[in-house]
Design a binder for this molecule. Structure first.
Ligand code: KG4
Ligand code: ZN
Length: 338
């Protein structure tokens, strides 16, 4: 079954062709980073308008690259939510309309399910069940995954998401948007032992996170210092260490609570090298394994939506002709698809 996937939930336009028999045939991504950089964050209206401009040219590009005619496409998957309503509507309206015109089924995919299943695109995909750490700009979740759509939330952020904390801290440190990768790069030059920030919510039981206090700790420290590049790098390093440590502590708890050994890490913050190294050590120590998507599929992309859509369409899920998006959509409300 050949599926077109369309991702437009935020500031990346991603399109991909996934074939159940042959795997990922082609994918293309347009990042809006330059468009939003001068505003220091995503401007929703600009994001929607840019998705309108980019979706069809990217569709033509992936069809050309894969050597596929649109008449060969057997199903369409698009991101239904969560995300920015206007941005989601562009992908949903296009995806639903193309499916209608092509007389093929369509399915609206949960963006975080896309992230969660992205490691399935790798040569050695994780087997179910596993614990998933989903860390993106909008979400920080620990989930027990028994199968596609079988999700139990073990913990989530009570305030800022991990990526959001990276982005806000980076902005306050004067780093360019998007802040996460910029802060991580700066932290490489930082002195690891100079500052020690708290590991929020690790002193009480459970797997919930809180990152806003950490952001405040970093900013308070930065404002008390001379604004030198060395000080900035040291604050960035201490912030990154604290986030990574906190996430690792909660992952350990989630593995202990479920008795599972397999960990899957996905979402934009999953591109963070320090986090990857720490979780690799944690998994090895417990005799388990950790799976990541390749770096380009950690952040938003169309391939993960095409894959998740294929799993759902292949299991018989179909939707009617309405164009509906869900800017808020709890992950544990999904139905199983096997
Ligand atoms: O999954 P994603 O592309 O978009 C959402 O669905 O939110 O995640 C984007 C987030 C941003 O907050 C970005 O700063 C963060 O992931 N991010 C990183 C790194 N690369 C991206 N955070 C820390 N270290 C990185 N290397
Ligand atoms: Zn995402």
């Amino acid at each position: 079954m050949l599926i077109l996937g369309i991702e437009t939930s935020c500031d990346e336009t991603g399109l991909a062709l996934y074939c159940g028999e042959r795997g990922l045939l082609a994918h293309a991504l347009h990042s809006q980073v330059d468009l939003h950089a001068e505003y220091g964050g995503v401007v929703p209206e600009l994001a929607s308008r840019d998705h309108v401009r980019k979706t069809l040219p990217l569709l033509r590009e992936i069809c050309r690259r894969a050597g596929v005619e649109s008449t060969e496409i057997e199903g369409v998957a698009y991101t239904r939510g969560p995300g920015l309503i206007g941005a989601l509507l562009v992908g949903a309206a296009l995806g639903r309309s193309l499916a209608w015109a092509w007389r093929v089924p369509a399915v609206g995919v949960h963006h975080m399910e896309g992230h969660l299943l992205a490691p399935m695109l790798e040569p050695e995909p994780p087997a179910f069940p596993f614990v998933a750490l989903l860390v993106s700009g909008g979400h920080s979740l620990l989930v027990e995954v028994q199968g596609v759509g079988q999700y139990r939330i073990l913990g989530e952020s009570v305030d800022d998401a991990a990526g959001e904390a990276f982005d806000k801290t980076a902005k306050l440190l004067g780093l360019p948007y998007p802040g996460g990768p910029a802060l991580a790069k700066l932290a490489e030059r930082g002195n690891p032992g100079r500052f020690q920030f708290p590991r929020p919510m690790t002193d009480r039981p459970g797997c919930d996170f809180s990152f806003s206090g950490l952001k405040t700790a970093a900013i308070t420290m930065w404002r008390s210092l001379e604004p030198t590049s060395e000080n900035r790098a040291d604050v960035a390093r201490a912030f990154e260490e604290a986030v990574v440590d906190t996430l690792a502590i909660k992952c350990r708890r989630a593995l202990e609570a479920t008795g599972l050994k397999r960990l899957v890490v996905a979402g934009g913050v999953g591109a963070n090298q320090r986090l990857r190294a720490r979780l690799r050590d944690l998994a090895a120590e417990r005799g388990g394994e950790v799976h990541y998507p390749r770096l380009e599929f950690c952040t938003d992309n169309g391939a993960m939506i095409a894959y998740a859509g294929w799993r759902r369409l292949a299991s018989g899920q179909r939707e009617d002709l309405g164009i509906e998006v869900l800017p808020r959509w709890p992950l544990d409300q999904l139905t199983a698809a096997n």
